[in-house]
Ligand binder design. Structure first.
Ligand code: AMP
Length: 140
């Protein structure tokens, strides 16, 4: 089993070494917008504690991440007038994982609108900021 590498991109976001559009933070968790959203409001929820993925995460941290994912999903429904929410979570390269710090994708969905293919569309900073504002307002 591969080990956690603290130099991954999300580790840098946790330490404040890289910027992110954060929409929620508590003592154990951060939620921020995906820079290549598959639909508007696409958010990633991560534990602050080091965990490569679902296979090695502390079960209590996993439970907390899922509680926050539920909050973000509810806020995404409201903020984006969504009809549903897709949750995705990938483990190891063979499982589709690209960034090796556990993350849960929360993607608001509209009826009849397909998700963009992964890593095909980089959102503008202005739109990301506007989407983050909407989510923060719905979470307040
Ligand atoms: P995966 O590991 O397959 O779940 O994919 C990693 C996700 O992280 C992709 O959806 C990327 O668009 C997203 N991503 C990569 N770098 C950043 C970043 N600096 N800030 C926010 N999201 C990112």
């Amino acid at each position: 089993m591969a080990v956690y590498d603290q130099n991954n991109i999300f580790g840098k976001i946790i330490r404040g070494e890289l910027p992110a559009q954060k929409v929620f933070e508590d003592d154990k968790t951060i939620a921020f917008l995906d820079i290549m959203p598959r639909a508007p409001g696409h958010t990633l929820v991560i534990p602050k504690a080091p965990a490569r993925n679902l296979l090695d995460v502390n079960p209590d941290d996993l439970a907390h991440v899922m509680q926050v994912a539920q909050k973000i999903a509810q806020a995404g429904m409201k903020a984006f007038g969504a009809d549903g929410v897709t949750i995705q979570q990938f483990n190891e390269k063979a499982g589709g994982q690209v960034v090796f710090h556990l993350h849960v994708h929360v993607i608001p969905r509209k009826e009849g609108e397909a998700m963009k293919p992964p890593a095909t569309f980089k959102e503008t900073p202005e739109n990301l900021a506007a989407h983050a504002d909407k989510l923060r307002a719905a979470l307040a």
